[in-house]
Design a protein around this ligand. Sequence first.
Ligand code: NAP
Length: 218
Amino acid sequence: MKPEIITFTTISLDGGISRPGEKTRLSSSRDFERQHLLRSMVDAVMVGANTVLIDDPLLTVRLPGYSGRQPWRIVIDSRLRTSPEARVYDTSKAPTILVTSNENKGKVSGYEARGVRVVFVNKQGEWLDLDEAVRKLMDEYGIRKILVEGGGVLIGTLLMQGLIDELIVTISPVLLGKNKTPYIRVELDKPIKLLLEKAEIDRVTGEITLHYRPVYTA
Ligand SMILES: NC(=O)c1ccc[n+]([C@@H]2O[C@H](COP(=O)([O-])OP(=O)(O)OC[C@H]3O[C@@H](n4cnc5c(N)ncnc54)[C@H](OP(=O)(O)O)[C@@H]3O)[C@@H](O)[C@H]2O)c1
């Protein structure tokens, strides 16, 4: 058994998720509300190290009047490039788990001092074994539903390992142009067929939200 994994990403019409190295806002306030509503419905929100380095996100649910539980925040950082001072590691706001390589045992006291839990996993080639990571997150922390918010490396490596159950993509009416960070930032070793489950058009903002289920073949 593994947790259910959903991704939520806002992309430009030309397939980008941000301008290089910049905090880029692609979402309208209605898209932001969709994202925060989804956060309120999962056990954990997950991001990759670059997203923490560039955006310094809080990853909490911030909806007007919301006083419910805050989901776990999970950061995938195999080389400990994120600063323990990042906002996501302020555990007074919500609990946080750092997922890193077994090779970093003994090097995580700066994060633990802020109350961050750490899950150590093996590498699978160049990347962390995310299948091992999500199973540990379920067994050790009871995390059964994860919302992955990006970026493009994390979504790509989860797809390569056949772990994503649903891809939610909102197309924002903008073209980001050259040097953008792509939605999928790794070379997939084979094509993955997607079944369209739902499509919604927001005529006020011009955003289109698509829900896909990946079909993995052996
Ligand atoms: N538009 C949107 O909805 C949206 C959402 C989120 C982020 N973003 C943007 O996306 C950009 C960041 O995306 P990105 O593709 O550069 O990076 P990312 O996926 O956020 O982070 C990539 C880094 O995380 C670590 N990582 C992720 N998966 C891993 C795995 N399976 N194994 C080992 N390490 C793994 C690696 O760093 P180490 O090797 O150092 O561990 C990797 O270089 C930012 O500009 C952010 O603003 C946009």
